[in-house]
Design a protein around this ligand. Structure first.
Ligand code: ADP
Length: 503
């Protein structure tokens, strides 16, 4: 609400003015104490933040005009209109003096009260509007300054285009990205990542400005003297409050280093894949070629031993060793061939009843299970998964065989196969009460050749779990172990329930 400040001592004139203002539904306020002292006048009036100051000439016109002049000359009060109230109708010379003193209006007490009140009230309202407008303007200027600072110091490049697409502002990061000698319009020199020139109308900033279309962040090339720079840029339209397009904002950053890193990583990955392929092909061929000489060594050793043609005891022992080691080597070669094959094999995916898989596995391992005196309990609610039946035989064959192999000598071996509830995938476990695996090895036992025992302790190649992992991963699943030494192990396997694309 507007505020009217009376710089008038209690007097009939003051009562008249107060009554006139009451009629205009205004209640004037008194100036804070001390206003009469010239030294304090400006300060007291400024404190009261009035929209109009009313002075009267009852104590002498000169005094009133001096005060008026003082207020009009001070920075803090010069915008507050002053009204001088005169006891009688003024003559032209008086009018001139009053206005020369800076008063905005003058009134005399003989005027109709309604008119008197309305004139002061109007002036107060007008100034109130002006004051409010000025306050809002100051707030707006402060916010604009803040936004300017945010714009200028942002760590991403920012560019503003006007409604014609002309880039009118670029922040410091933007200038740094475009380079010292670049002009803002160089932002339109982008080409697509494959180096084809970006048609002008397809430039994200142009689309934002002309069609009001926002674009998502994409990589572009920006030609530069020292080689193309890679820029990630997105653009959004800028709209006035009514929705009218006023321009566009481009947000961009220099991605050259990341891009270079990625492409060198891609090259390395390609190189690695090629070398792995070569290595696997080599292992496969070498292992394959070793099969028949190994078979022959075994056969010869067996035949000589069977012949029993007066062999010395020591020679029989050596030949026995040859036979055993040739067999071990043969198994290792078989496993190696399988590891390589698993990565290349075409999977025959179909609905596989895991109950049937387990029956086949147990029948295959029957001899080993009997020999170990192991008990195997298979849950009767195993799920049907979407997988390659033969490969599942490899997976669960390895897991069950390990469960038997790594049993504790002093505890009857017990193996449990079941499922855990999971809506999204098959979750099968193979649990044993064997020797268990220490935490440190939970991940490593799935790597190639990682064994925790020597061959003399427990026979094995260290490839079984690596084969299991590869098969499960090719089905888009996961395998892991929970185990503690002396407490047995639980191997968990995730397999897809639906026809999901294998990885
Ligand atoms: P291998 O059995 O031929 O050594 P694997 O890859 O099948 O190779 O297993 C790797 C290692 O993981 C084994 O040498 C063994 O130390 C450990 N391991 C695997 N299964 C079990 C299990 N059920 N209980 C305890 N240790 C196990």
């Amino acid at each position: 609400m507007s505020r009217i400040l009376l710089l008038i001592d209690p007097s009939p004139a003051r009562e008249t003015v107060t009554e006139a203002l009451r009629r205009a539904e205004q209640t004037p306020v008194d100036a804070p104490d001390g206003w009469k002292d010239d030294a304090w006048l400006v300060e007291r009036v400024a404190e009261a933040e009035p929209d109009v100051v009313v002075l009267d000439a009852e104590q002498g016109l000169d005094l009133a005009l001096r005060r008026c002049r003082k207020l009009m000359n001070a920075r803090a009060t010069c915008f507050v209109p002053a009204v001088v109230v005169l006891p009688d109708a003024p003559d032209p010379e008086l009018v001139t003096r009053v206005f020369n003193a800076g008063a905005r209006d003058l009134l005399w007490l003989g005027e109709p009260l309604d008119l008197l009140g309305a004139r002061i009230d109007n002036m107060a309202r007008l100034n109130y509007l002006r004051r409010t407008f000025r306050r809002q303007n100051d707030a707006l200027a402060a916010r604009t300054a803040e936004l300017d600072q945010v714009f200028e110091t942002a760590t991403t490049g920012l560019a503003i285009a006007d409604e014609t697409g002309h880039v009118i502002r670029l922040n410091a990061t933007g200038r740094a990205i475009l380079g010292d000698h670049a002009s803002p319009s160089d932002l339109y020199q982008l080409t697509r990542e494959d180096s084809t020139r970006l048609e002008d109308r397809k430039h994200p900033l142009r689309r934002a400005v002309t069609c009001g279309e926002a674009s998502s962040a994409r990589r572009y090339l920006l030609p530069a003297d020292d080689g193309d720079r890679v820029i990630v840029l997105e653009a959004v339209p800028l709209e006035a409050p009514g929705g009218r397009l006023t321009g566009g904002l481009a947000v961009f950053r220099d991605d050259t280093e990341t891009w270079a890193l990625e492409s060198s990583l891609r090259d390395n990955a390609r190189d690695l894949a090629r070398r792995t392929d070569e290595m696997e092909a080599f292992v496969y061929t070498a292992a394959h070629d070793m099969k028949s000489p190994l078979w022959m060594i075994r056969r010869y050793a067996e035949t000589i031993l069977e012949d029993d043609a007066g062999l010395a005891e020591e020679s029989r022992r050596f030949l026995g060793r040859v036979e055993i080691n040739a067999e071990r080597l043969g198994n290792l070669v078989e496993d190696l061939v399988q590891v390589v094959k698993v990565g290349k094999l075409e999977l025959h995916l179909d609905a596989c009843d895991l109950g049937a898989v387990m029956r086949a596995v147990l029948s295959e391992l029957d001899g080993q299970i009997q020999e170990a005196g192991a008990t195997v309990v298979v849950a009767d609610d195993l799920p049907t998964v979407f997988a390659d039946f033969d490969r599942l035989l490899d997976v669960f064959g390895n897991l069950v065989s390990n469960a038997v192999k790594y049993r504790r000598p002093d505890v009857p071996c017990r193996i449990e196969i079941g499922q855990l509830a999971d809506q999204r995938r098959g979750h099968i476990f193979v649990r044993d009460n064997g020797i268990g695996v220490h935490d440190d090895h939970h991940k490593r036992i799935f790597q190639l050749f990682h064994r925790l025992h020597t061959r003399d302790q427990i026979e094995g190649s260290g490839l079984g779990l690596a084969i299991v992992t590869r098969i499960v991963q090719r089905h888009g699943g996961r395998v892991w172990v929970e185990s503690s030494p002396g407490e047995g192990s639980t191997f968990h396997v995730h397999l897809p329930l639906q026809s999901e694309p294998p990885t």
